[in-house]
Write a protein that binds this ligand. Structure first.
Ligand SMILES: [Mg+2]
Length: 389
């Protein structure tokens, strides 16, 4: 008889943020309620609070695993799926084979076309918790469970410069550079009057030739607009261009990726390796998001991409930080080229966890401690509310 899962609990994590990632709510944005608003520039809903869904599983020996996924919208969806389907099913599966559990979950509804979305986010939370439990039960780290034991460093790139003017953003980028962070990504919305080349010119002049500067286009441009913007910023040596056009438009992604000398980066919205397989001829950088993929699909996407000579640079979304800790362990194991560093929240929410990896002088410093290395501390537990269906 294999080990069994005895308990699975789903919590919502919620906390007032200290700074909005893309800046504050502004003219033309629509505030829906206390949780959400819609950005005018790309029509996408964004949170007003840090919010995610946290899962805790406990096996028959009392070993605990923690996982996390998105909870930005309707976090009770995850609790409902766990209550109705995945909780009961998990109790019949072997938790010492997390990847097989993921496959078993996916098989339940793949033939009905349920290939992603909230369903796969639910798998991701459970998958992270299972990998955590699986490795803790053996007293080893997740990177060791993947087959790459040891501590190590992962390069961090600074994500976003949340200031109102180009001058202030340049100053903030210089401050990060002085602290040893010489890789940076800016969102297209944070430019003076939409002048992307002007923003790149100012940053390049101030930061020098060695600084890496990437552009996140937040899915808001057409193929032609993207190609025009890329050629306009090419004199400033952009590092990569991320998510330029509609996320489902594979044809456009392939055309853009094959037209631009600047590498195309995609992947923060993907759930599975199937999302990458469709796009393998488009992007030279993949950005798996642990909160959507879990460890199982993060590893499969990374392996396929690396076999195709693409670089892995994981995305980092906003939450409590459990998925971030898991992402760093997996990034170390696959030798990721860099990892996104959400500097406005990483240390703030990381303080709610025991064991958060440090991020200093341009690198995350990842220890070889059991599991993904983090557990909510007493303060962190205070931000978790059990979700009842
Ligand atoms: Mg992005």
């Amino acid at each position: 008889m294999h080990n069994t899962i005895e308990h699975i609990d789903v919590f919502v994590f919620e906390r007032e943020p200290n700074q909005a990632y893309l800046g504050d709510v502004s003219d033309g944005d629509i505030q829906l309620n206390e949780h959400h608003f819609v950005r005018k520039f790309n029509g996408t809903v964004y949170p007003l609070r840090d919010r995610s869904v946290v899962v805790r599983i406990i096996d028959k020996d009392g070993v605990i695993g923690w996982g996390e996924t998105y909870g930005l919208v309707a976090p009770k969806i995850v609790a409902a799926l766990v209550d109705d389907l995945f909780g009961p099913y998990l109790k019949s599966l072997d938790p010492m084979s997390p990847d097989k559990v993921w496959d078993a979950f996916y098989s339940l509804q793949r033939n009905r076309g349920y290939w992603g979305g909230y369903l796969a986010d639910t798998f991701a939370a459970i998958d992270i918790a299972l990998w955590d439990l699986y490795s803790r039960a053996q007293g080893i780290s997740i990177q060791a469970a993947i087959g790459c034991a040891g501590n190590g460093k992962v390069r961090a790139y600074v994500s976003g410069l949340p200031k109102n003017t180009t001058e202030e953003r340049v100053e903030l980028a210089q401050a990060w550079q002085a602290k040893g962070f010489d890789q940076l990504k800016i969102p297209i919305s944070a430019t003076q009057d939409g002048d992307v080349p002007g923003e790149f010119n100012a940053l390049r002049k101030a930061l020098g030739e060695k600084q890496k500067i990437a552009l996140d286009m937040h899915w808001c441009k057409s193929t032609e607009e993207t190609i025009t913007i890329e050629s306009a910023i090419r004199p400033y040596n952009p590092w990569f261009i991320e998510a330029p056009t509609l996320p489902e438009d594979v044809e456009a992604q392939i055309r853009i990726g094959q037209s631009m000398p600047t590498p195309l980066a995609l992947g923060e919205e993907w759930r599975t390796e199937w999302d990458y397989r469709l796009r393998k001829d488009s992007c030279r950088i993949v950005q798996p998001e642990m909160g959507h993929t879990g460890i199982t699909q993060f590893l499969r996407i990374s392996k396929l991409a690396q076999a195709n000579k693409a670089l892995v640079m994981p995305h980092a979304t906003i939450g409590m930080g459990i998925f971030m800790a898991a992402s760093l362990r997996a990034a170390l194991a696959v030798d990721a080229a860099a990892h996104e560093f959400q500097h406005t929240i990483y240390h703030r929410n990381g303080a709610l966890l025991e064991g958060t990896a440090s991020c200093e002088e341009g690198y995350f410093d990842i220890p070889d401690t059991p599991g993904h290395g983090v557990v909510p501390n007493d303060e962190g537990l205070g931000y978790l509310t059990l979700l009842q269906v």
